[in-house]
Ligand binder design. Structure first.
Ligand SMILES: [Zn+2]
Ligand SMILES: [Zn+2]
Length: 227
């Protein structure tokens, strides 16, 4: 991979577990390995803060960022990463990675209006992740999943697949999120957004929709309703 766009960089706050000091961490995406995993260039230093950080600096897991990778990396350094509640206070990322910021803002707004914390299940995926899901689906061992590329229907290897990016699922572009809401608080049991008529009407007013039939959780920006 050659040029990496600027927005493939992320910054966040991390708490040093040994002394509870809060530090900034950041690094830059370098490329993608042949398994479809992101490779990062580490640039963190307490004496070398992010030059692009504004005075109003906040944790920013924005477009094309990798919240999960951030957490794992920071944990390995003995730090606990947390996301700023200032940005999307009504969202809880269910172990995945944030996608499109406009979509995230709207889902956050949905939670604010409905007075519930939103659970962002599977959000942005790599083509490799979509490939694995698609193969599970056609083998009958997984849920309905969109194509992982534009060339192959049915069985194929990752080596074949990766020659035909991008993946056909809107999850890969970060433009789809499998969305539910917690019954109470920020953890515990949760319900698909499409199961609640009040959530549905708020989604309509915010310009969100459920465009995939049989998936009353797969949320995108738009007005196509198939669930
Ligand atoms: Zn594939
Ligand atoms: Zn989905």
């Amino acid at each position: 991979m050659s040029d990496v766009p600027k927005h493939d960089k992320w910054i966040c706050l991390a708490r040093d577990k040994s002394n509870n000091k809060v530090v900034k961490v950041w690094r830059r995406k370098k490329g993608v390995d042949d398994q479809g995993n992101n490779i990062y260039k580490y640039k963190h230093s307490a004496d070398n803060p992010n030059p692009d950080a504004s005075p109003k600096w906040k944790c920013r897991f924005g477009n094309k960022s990798a919240a999960k990778a951030a957490m794992e990396w920071s944990e390995s350094k003995g730090r606990a990463v947390y996301m700023s509640k200032d940005l999307y206070p009504y969202t809880v990322l269910g172990g995945g990675v944030y996608g499109n910021e406009k979509l995230t803002k709207k889902m956050n707004q949905l939670g604010k209006i409905q007075k519930r914390y939103m659970r962002l299940g599977s959000y942005k995926r790599t083509q490799k992740q979509q490939h694995d899901l698609y193969l599970k689906y056609i083998r009958g061992t997984g849920n309905l999943a969109a194509h992982c590329n534009t060339r192959y229907n049915g069985e194929h290897s990752w080596d074949q697949c990766k020659q035909y990016p991008p993946c056909a699922s809107n999850h890969c572009g970060g433009n789809a999120c499998d969305l539910s809401y917690y019954q109470s608080g920020r953890s515990g049991s949760y319900t698909n957004v499409g199961n609640n008529s009040s959530f549905r009407s708020t989604m309509k007013s915010l310009g969100l929709c459920l465009p995939v039939g049989g998936e009353p959780w797969h949320t995108e920006i738009g007005n196509t309703w198939r669930s």
